[in-house]
Write a protein that binds this ligand. Structure first.
Ligand code: TEU
Length: 562
């Protein structure tokens, strides 16, 4: 793949290094493990590898708290091994994209230790320092500069005894937010990005990049009933966000071809995304939006709602329409922050294989670049967590403590964690049916899902009807059928609560994609169903009886061409 917009024809695979493959037996995935498994990715037919952070980090948020942007965390390996991985990926025609986490650093980053050292330090203004709220004793409850809550429970401000001031952290207290108003911060970030591009990496996935511009007045947010407030209106796609991203584009990417930039943007709207991804504006190539992964969440992500296919189709349809003429969608069901796709959107019981294939086919045939999260290609499922102690992720641990401290019933909180916790995505990759799934020869940092006995890469490779081979066929379709990449998108049957159906048209070719999102047979009730029943089947999940019209078996999907 090459030339402008090469990434429109690409399939991206996300690796969460800690949980992918361990090569030195310490129970933690590492770069050596990734190198050893590159052929798995090559067989899958993916074009780009996105690595979650592998930089030095205290691991408070599993590497999303970075203490050195230009080295490799020893747990994962060395810079030399990184260069080896980069070369090995490139040898296979696979590009490598790094995770850029620059909304915040670790509190152990030298920039922050300098900033914190004293109020007169030249780096003091590299972060958000503020005195206690007027009329409050510094360090006492309620004295925080505003009422914002952190994404990881509790206030978004941490008191610093030495200076009597507070620093802002939208995430954990060990992830202080960088002050992007400060040109020195921006220039240091751009220099670091150029350093990685000069090293040969092929782009960046930009962590919460739409949160870097804050309303500098830092006003209180809407009270959320727990003594804190929702500050998102003051920092989601903030006042200078387009200016900063355009400046980054000019300072880092201009003049370099074949670089992929994808911005992770919690809370971004279609209208905003059309601006961010409009090539004329030179900001980012595409964004991760969060609408479809918010449909089964109420006031908070722990307020779990039933699955609603109509809402899902409305959401995807809106994003397809909104970015049809300019800009570009990224397409995903899951990542290291989301529960497993087949458990959340499919059926991880009786119809696990069929539903995993159908989720893949429906997603990958939309207009946009599809992202496969490690294990999704195997139909890996959410994991069993026997109690609150089984959760390791800071978001889950903090939520259980905060919710039960506020009086929530422990079993209710546990039930929500089992459905929504990020820990579901972070159980080790299942390579074979041995006790630790072939992930490590040591003791895994997190338990391997016991169903590795049936669900694993070795079994998948050997089974031509596996989810793996379906995902491989989807990559082949993207690489061989132009309508998959360039075709327009028309949603069909918007009011059908069971069947997902849409067309893609390019010149005189029309593709029809149909999927039965239920455990019962379903009929695709479109006018020319009989013609489509006899059309060329590009990819299906079941044997097709053309004479039976467009009647789909439970969780059956078809990609048809006329
Ligand atoms: O995630 C940002 C983000 O939006 C998530 O924290 C999301 O709000 C939450 O996980 C949903 O429950 C990015 C990274 O992907 C995540 O792993 C990091 O924890 C976070 O930023 C801070 O770097």
């Amino acid at each position: 793949l090459s030339g402008p917009g090469w990434w429109k024809s690409a399939v991206v695979y996300q690796i969460y290094p800690r949980s992918f493959a361990d090569s030195d037996g310490d129970g933690i995935g590492d770069l050596g493990g990734i190198i050893a498994k590159l052929d798995h990715l090559a067989q899958l037919g993916i074009d780009v590898l996105w690595l979650s952070p592998v930089y030095p980090s205290p691991q408070d948020d599993n590497g999303y708290d970075i203490s050195d942007y230009q080295d490799i965390e020893p747990l994962f390996g060395t810079l030399e091994q990184f260069d080896e991985l980069l070369a090995a990926a490139h040898d296979r025609g696979i590009r490598l994209v790094m995770d850029l986490v620059v909304n915040h650093t670790s509190d152990e980053h030298p920039w922050f230790t300098a900033s914190r050292s004293n109020t007169g330090d030249p780096k003091r203004d590299w972060y958000w320092w503020r005195p206690a709220r007027e009329g409050f004793e510094p360090g006492t409850p309620g004295a925080e500069p505003n009422n914002w809550s952190s994404f990881f429970s509790g206030p978004a401000w941490e008191f610093d005894e030495a200076s009597g001031e507070y620093y802002l952290h939208l995430f954990s207290r060990k992830q202080p937010d960088l002050n992007w108003e400060n040109l020195q911060v921006r220039e240091a970030v751009y220099a670091m990005m150029r350093w990685w591009l000069d090293r040969g990496v092929d782009g960046f996935r930009m962590d919460v990049i739409n949160l870097i511009s804050k309303d500098t007045a830092l006003p209180d947010g809407r009270p959320t009933g727990d003594g804190l407030g929702d500050g998102t209106a003051s920092y989601t796609c903030g006042p200078r966000i387009h200016e900063f991203l355009h400046e980054m584009h000019e300072q880092v990417f201009a003049g370099r071809d074949a670089v992929l930039t994808v911005g992770e943007m919690p809370g971004v709207t279609v209208e905003e995304a059309a601006l961010f991804t409009d090539p004329e504006r030179a900001e980012v190539d595409m964004v991760f939006q969060f609408e479809h992964v918010g449909l089964d969440q109420g006031a908070t992500k722990w307020d779990v709602l039933p699955r609603d296919l109509l809402a899902l189709k409305r959401s995807f349809g809106r994003w397809q329409d909104g970015l049809a003429d300019r800009g570009w969608n990224s397409l995903y069901w899951n990542n290291h922050d989301q529960p497993r796709a087949v458990s959340r959107f499919g059926d991880d019981g009786e119809f696990r294989v069929a539903s995993a294939k159908t989720l893949g086919a429906v997603l990958h045939l939309h207009r946009g670049t599809p992202y496969v999260y490690q294990g999704e290609e195997l139909g890996m499922t959410n994991a069993p967590f026997d109690g609150p102690g089984a959760f390791l992720d800071i978001e889950s641990v903090n939520h259980y403590a905060a919710a039960t401290a506020l009086g929530a019933n422990g079993d209710d909180v546990l039930a929500a964690l089992r459905v929504m916790s990020r820990d579901n995505a972070r159980t080790p990759m299942q390579w074979d049916d041995s006790p630790h799934g072939g992930f490590t020869t040591g003791t895994p940092w997190a338990p391997v899902n016991p169903n590795t006995t049936e669900i694993n890469a070795a079994a998948a490779l050997a089974d031509p009807d596996s989810v793996f081979h379906h995902y491989r066929a989807l990559a082949d379709l993207r690489h061989s059928v132009p309508a998959v990449v360039h075709g327009d998108f028309t949603m069909l049957l918007p009011d059908d609560p069971t069947v997902y159906a849409f067309t893609r048209r390019l010149d005189d070719v029309t593709l029809l994609v149909v999927g039965n999102f239920s455990g019962s047979p379903a009929t695709v009730d479109i006018p020319d169903a009989a013609d489509w029943a006899r059309a060329e089947l590009l990819l299906g999940t079941h044997p097709v009886d053309a004479g039976a019209g467009l009647t789909l078996q439970p969780w059956e999907s078809r990609v048809l061409r006329r």
